[in-house]
Design a protein around this ligand. Sequence first.
Ligand code: NI
Length: 164
Amino acid sequence: MKDALEDFRGTVEGGAERLLALSEREARRRRGGGEDWSAKEIVGHLIDSAANNHRRFVLAQLKDDLIFEGYAQEDWVRVQTYADAPWAGLVELWRAYNLHLAHVMASAPEETLKRARAAHSLDRIAFHTVGASQPATLEYLMRDYIDHLKHHLAQILTAKAGLN
Ligand code: NI
């Protein structure tokens, strides 16, 4: 987990720098294609993911199972009108929230991270799901959170490269 966290901090710091290079106009532009969130809405979605997983990362250390509710992702983005929020503020919140989550992840004891939990909802809420009949770990949930973040970050940064 230690290596993953070093890499994660680098992704967040480097990602924030590259995101801030987008203009307000670029950040508002809908990308078209299958998923039509703008960069602002994708970062908003990642802030929602951070908030929901923050709770999970703490609660997982206070109970035996890994059973958590999902959340209505599209509705969360719509209700918060991320498209109207200033870009630099969203990126700063995303950066700071994730650096705190890196701290939370680093603070979790190794034996808590690795403990196999038979009862979990990762067959429904994970980015890369775990079958309901297989045990899951908190470390898996944390790594999965990082994979989800990288997936959406790449969507924004790849789209930007394609704009010029
Ligand atoms: Ni997502």
